[in-house]
Design a protein around this ligand. Structure first.
Ligand SMILES: NC(=O)c1ccc[n+]([C@@H]2O[C@H](COP(=O)([O-])OP(=O)(O)OC[C@H]3O[C@@H](n4cnc5c(N)ncnc54)[C@H](O)[C@@H]3O)[C@@H](O)[C@H]2O)c1
Length: 304
């Protein structure tokens, strides 16, 4: 048992955009100290030393973090194909884990992560923020108070119209095989020649990312499940394609239709999901619209 006066010592594995944001938030809490960071790109490791101090331990190999006994918890914010292996190794070495969404790259990996968590008995939290956001908890209260009557359908969308929004991230000018650990990035993914676009724009490739479904539908569905208490649909139809962006193997327009069965928490309802990376709109639009017999409730990033 730890003394409440000790720091909780954390490490960040995957120090890109989201990992740095998560680490910043975690260390803004009293008693939380970031002592180590792991990444496959030297520029990101250097940045972590600049932000958290020169004594911060940095490494390209997450196993060096797994081996350290003084680290209580890790934040995992690597590309999706690394989530399950790193989560399992960290749970097996008695660390608590906050792993960014999506929990796994392939659904089949989920069982091993759940088993590792059950064995370790440690905290394993998936970074799907609409599970805990004030907006969605408020929407849940309204839904439970019967504000819209009987739910019959839901329409959820995310429309984007910028290159960054479509995952065309900039590639650092010093990106090379000496500044980037390509084998460590690839892990269990198929072996191939160095490709800076794959390294820095990994979301565009199924070998490392989960496409729109795992990367973005996950947010629409988490918000929906938080509000309705649902555990998920029993029928799904989805389609999409590379309609504007061609430099990838994942769709930039994706649509899905889902059937939710009746449960003690809700009546049966239908869901329409849409993500469009070339929407023609002047700005990003995101929402989940709950349509009921007596009214409509729409949630966005910060309001309901
Ligand atoms: N909850 C949210 O709203 C949200 C938002 C953005 C991203 N995410 C999730 O966070 C994760 C990271 O996304 P991002 O946008 O920060 O991507 P990113 O490319 O900015 O960062 C990923 C980092 O992981 C590093 N990396 C790659 N392989 C590694 C390995 N084996 N060990 C250690 N580091 C490794 C990369 O070098 C890179 O710096 C993704 O799973 C993504 O789905 C969640």
């Amino acid at each position: 048992m730890k003394s409440p006066n000790e720091n909780i010592q954390i490490a960040l594995i995957g120090a890109g955009g989201m990992g740095q944001g998560d680490a910043h938030l975690a260390t803004s809490l009293p008693g939380v100290k970031l002592v180590a960071a792991c990444d496959c790109y030297d520029g990101r490791l250097q940045h972590m030393k600049e932000v958290y101090g020169p004594e911060t331990f940095i490494t390209r190999d997450y196993r060096e973090i797994v081996r350290r006994r003084d680290i209580d918890a890790v934040i995992i914010a690597t590309p999706d194909h690394w989530h399950a292996p790193i989560s399992i190794d960290c749970l097996n070495s008695d660390k608590h884990v906050y792993c960014e969404k999506p929990m796994v790259h392939n659904v089949s990996e989920g069982h091993d992560v759940i088993a590792a968590q059950a064995k370790a008995g440690n905290v394993f939290q998936v970074g799907s923020q609409y599970r805990s956001s004030a907006t969605y908890l408020k929407a849940r209260d309204l839904y439970q108070a019967n504000a819209i009557g009987k739910l019959n359908s839901v329409e959820a969308w995310l429309d984007r119209n910028t290159a960054i929004g479509a995952w065309e991230y900039s590639i650092p000018t010093d990106a090379s095989l000496s500044t980037c650990d390509w084998p460590q990035f690839l892990g269990n993914a198929p072996k191939r020649e160095w490709d800076a676009a794959r390294f820095f724009r990994w979301r565009n490739f199924r070998d490392y990312g989960t496409g729109v479904a795992g990367d973005l539908f996950v947010h629409l569905l988490t918000g929906l499940h938080t509000v309705t208490g649902s555990k998920g649909p029993n029928r799904i139809y989805a389609t999409g394609g590379m309609r504007y962006w061609k430099d990838r193997d994942v769709p930039d327009v994706m649509l899905a239709v889902l059937d939710y069965p009746e449960t003690p928490e809700h009546s049966a309802f239908n869901v329409l999901l849409r993500v469009n990376f070339k929407s023609g709109l002047p700005q990003e639009s995101f929402g989940v619209k709950f349509i009921g017999s007596d009214g409509v409730m729409t949630t966005g990033y910060t309001g309901v």
